[in-house]
Design a protein around this ligand. Sequence first.
Ligand SMILES: Nc1ncnc2c1ncn2[C@@H]1O[C@H](COP(=O)(O)OP(=O)(O)OP(=O)(O)O)[C@@H](O)[C@H]1O
Length: 240
Amino acid sequence: MNKGLSVKGVSFAFGRKQALVDVSFSVEPGVFCALLGPNGAGKSTLFSLLTRLFTTPDGQITVGGYDLAKHPRAALAQMGVVFQQTTLDLDLTIRQNLRYFAALHGLSGRGATVRIDAALDRLDLADRAGEKARTLNGGHKRRTEIARALLHGPSILLLDEPTVGLDAATRRAITDHVHSIADQDGITVLWATHLTDEIVANDQVVILHQGRILRDGQANEIAPDAPLEARFLDLTGQPA
Ligand SMILES: Nc1ncnc2c1ncn2[C@@H]1O[C@H](COP(=O)(O)OP(=O)(O)OP(=O)(O)O)[C@@H](O)[C@H]1O
């Protein structure tokens, strides 16, 4: 049984529009996997299925060893999610945002404080904990959301295009943080993106195009002799 993430034979349609066609891949525990695809590839649809915003009878998803359809609560408890749009309460401080989320997971008191402090440290946010979310720049908001997604101790972290709208240096900082969360904390990461410069040589890359998987392998194996960007263009006929 895969204790990371496994997607087998998943299909999904919006009416007559087929958004995902027989999608299968798996991510081993502690691996950073980039789900790479241009606009409309089906990345957000797959994330909606992984988080059970949508369901489909076609295929099977297992998260941390739990079948998402049969044991949704156990599977979702294994998952931390960072959505494309920011979901912080802008009138609360960073710490209050995290405490509120901890309470939703049934964490309170000293136990919650310990987890919040650890998550803030992990994302280098400890000295900003008292600042209101509204005053933060885009990078700090994203880091707060990643810290929040780690609070309940998930084994899998899903991030849907988490660097949209951020400048290059901030994108790099966030990408580095999340790679280190996979490498050092052993958390399985699924990172949806259309930007190949967020991917490092030994990351797993699943290339999704028009709802189908075109490639699944290590970045430096998919593009051994050329930049991944060029390989992606060859495969899809369009920029990533
Ligand atoms: N609610 C919807 N109704 C009909 N078609 C939809 C709906 N949502 C998405 N689609 C279509 O499904 C396909 C996959 O869309 P999806 O949003 O999953 O792609 P994506 O890879 O996340 O793209 P983006 O990077 O633009 O978010 C696209 O062709 C899109 O037009």
